[in-house]
Design a protein around this ligand. Structure first.
Ligand SMILES: Nc1nc2c(ncn2[C@@H]2O[C@H](COP(=O)(O)OP(=O)(O)O)[C@@H](O)[C@H]2O)c(=O)[nH]1
Ligand SMILES: [Mg+2]
Length: 220
């Protein structure tokens, strides 16, 4: 007897991600993952403000139901697509596939995908991105990196946001840095304030995007 087997969701996802990767071969595509409220949209907004006149940027943003984030970002960029996932706690490659069909992807050098706010579910789904950015913020507490090692390990770059709040919240920065280093010794950690950009971490973020723009391959 031949028993029918349903292909795994992840296998199908990987196939679609490979198609995305092909279509995005000249687009520096970042999959931005972090908890709800860590400042993902704020980081994207500040990036659009800083680089919008210089680099052709596009944004995809995943959210359960609203278009609030897309509205915030559309103030700075014409190429914004909102993806509503309904009950889904993460973006999948098929969402990105559909969304890149809605913008003139040939006119985009760098694409930021704000994933659904979640530190766990998005990690398992390849979207066809060039690189993954893991984001935390100081108001979440200094234990979040060590408690989410899969995200930390999966990320090509880590961002710690809201460092302006360090004087006001209990957050042991050395401990956080040590934890990150222990889990992913090679991965850079940029410390930023998305709502008041400036300083070394912010400059490194801007340089990272400038260096990648127009390249969809992760090699240097
Ligand atoms: N103090 C401070 N607040 C921030 C910073 N970045 C974002 N926020 C605030 O944190 C809240 C959540 O930000 P948002 O960008 O919506 O986070 P998202 O859910 O990850 O997209 C908003 O009220 C932002 O104004 C920051 O660097 N410092
Ligand atoms: Mg957001």
């Amino acid at each position: 007897v031949k028993i029918p087997v349903v292909e795994s969701v992840l296998k199908v996802n990987d196939q679609i991600a490979a198609e995305n990767r092909q279509d995005l071969s000249r687009v520096f595509t970042l999959n931005l993952m972090g908890s709800p409220g860590c400042g993902k949209t704020a980081l994207v907004e500040a990036t659009l403000r800083a680089l919008g006149g210089e680099i052709r940027l596009g944004v995809l943003v995943g959210d359960l139901t609203t278009t609030r984030d897309a509205e915030r970002m559309a103030r700075w960029c014409d190429r914004v697509v909102q993806i509503n996932t309904g009950q889904g706690c993460h973006l999948e490659a098929r969402h990105v596939r559909e969304a890149i069909g809605r913008i003139d992807i040939g006119a985009v050098d760098a694409l930021i995908i704000e994933n659904v706010g979640n530190l766990i579910c998005p990690v398992g789904y390849d979207l066809g991105e060039t690189g993954r950015v893991g984001m935390f913020s100081v108001s979440e507490g200094d234990d979040k990196a060590i408690k989410h090692p899969h995200l930390v390990r999966a990320a090509n770059l880590l961002v710690l946001n809201k460092v302006d709040l360090l004087p006001h919240v209990p957050f042991d920065l050395d401990r956080f840095r040590d934890d990150v280093h222990r889990v992913a010794p090679e991965t850079r950690l940029l410390e930023v304030t998305a709502t008041d950009p400036g300083g070394e971490g912010w400059q490194d973020w801007i340089s990272f995007i400038r260096a990648g723009a127009g390249r969809g391959d992760p090699s240097p």
